[in-house]
Design a protein around this ligand. Structure first.
Ligand code: HEM
Length: 264
């Protein structure tokens, strides 16, 4: 199963152009949802106005070299390792889900656009990337949803309470899980059931990409921009018009270590 391209087998019954149109429709839905979100929330407009305003309080003019260095460090540290989540389970689960999703999407794109015609053999690295990516997403996303999300870990709500804010993580995990089950049933030759899970795989993807306007999907585009702006603002001394940390030892009183901070 793990080294079999499920889209190549599907191509025996569904033309590969159909799969390619579906994949492009998902990209269009994600792009359209993000644009609607930007228009509705006006977040990007606020972001640029805020950055322009903060720049007026800059105490240092950064050279291009300094800017490139800040941006490179931010990409390597804040973005690629989701540093803002600290050295916690939260960060490990996120990194697992994030890289899993990237692998799953890259594997899907390559197999659908390059290796989905009947008779073309797929180098086994691509199905392996796709399956491993899906497994990482299910583990990372499932771990987050079951144990780490704030409603459960800090607010003690039931793990079975589902709200609109769970749309992204649940659709993400469902898309990968349905894909894995479909691939397993297909490679085991369990006819009928494999079609059911193929349909569920498609539906989960439509919910994931079609739900961008209502879900947290677009954070994967906003967060990197915000991290770069924050670090540039620190480097030029404007610090987004926030006070700089006090030049004094941290002293929050004895109560600070009674309970780990987890109320958001
Ligand atoms: C393919 C890219 C990404 C995927 C699949 C992904 C996935 C997720 C998921 C499933 C969640 C949980 C959402 C929820 O609260 O229900 C999440 C939260 C979060 N993500 Fe991402 N993410 C991606 C990229 C990024 C990037 C690039 C950053 C930062 C630079 C980032 C920072 C965060 C933060 C700070 C949270 C909140 C975590 C929390 O509430 O504990 N993500 N992400």
């Amino acid at each position: 199963m793990i080294s079999t391209n499920p889209f190549a087998i599907l191509a025996e019954t569904v033309p590969s152009i159909g799969m390619q149109i579906f994949a492009l429709a998902m990209v269009a839905l994600a792009g359209g949802g993000t644009i609607l979100d930007i228009i509705h929330k006006k977040n990007v407009k606020y972001f640029f106005n805020n950055a322009k305003k903060a720049k007026l309080s800059a105490t240092k003019n950064l050279s291009s070299g300094e800017k490139i260095s800040v941006v490179t460090k931010t990409i390597a540290h804040d973005i690629l390792t989701t540093a803002e989540l600290g050295a916690t389970q939260r960060r490990i689960a996120h990194v697992m889900g994030m890289y899993g999703t990237v692998l799953f999407w890259i594997g899907s794109a390559v197999m659908i656009f390059k290796y989905s015609s009947p008779g073309i053999s797929t180098p086994s690295v691509w199905p392996i990337i796709w399956h491993v990516g899906a497994i990482m997403t299910v583990i990372g996303g499932g771990w987050f949803w079951l144990f780490l999300r704030v409603d459960v870990s800090a607010e003690a709500n039931s793990v079975f309470r589902i709200v609109l804010a769970d749309l992204f993580v649940l659709a993400l995990v469902a898309a990968s899980a349905m894909g894995l089950i479909w691939s397993y049933l297909q490679s085991s030759g369990i006819n009928g059931w494999d079609t059911l899970f193929l349909v569920l795989f498609a539906v989960a993807n439509i919910i994931l990409f079609g739900g961008v306007y209502w879900s947290k999907f677009a954070h994967m585009f906003y967060k990197p921009g915000a991290a770069i702006q924050k670090n540039l603002a620190k480097a030029d001394g404007s610090n987004d018009d926030l006070p700089m940390p006090a030049d004094a030892p941290e002293d929050f009183g004895l109560g600070i270590s009674r309970e780990k901070p987890k109320h958001y």
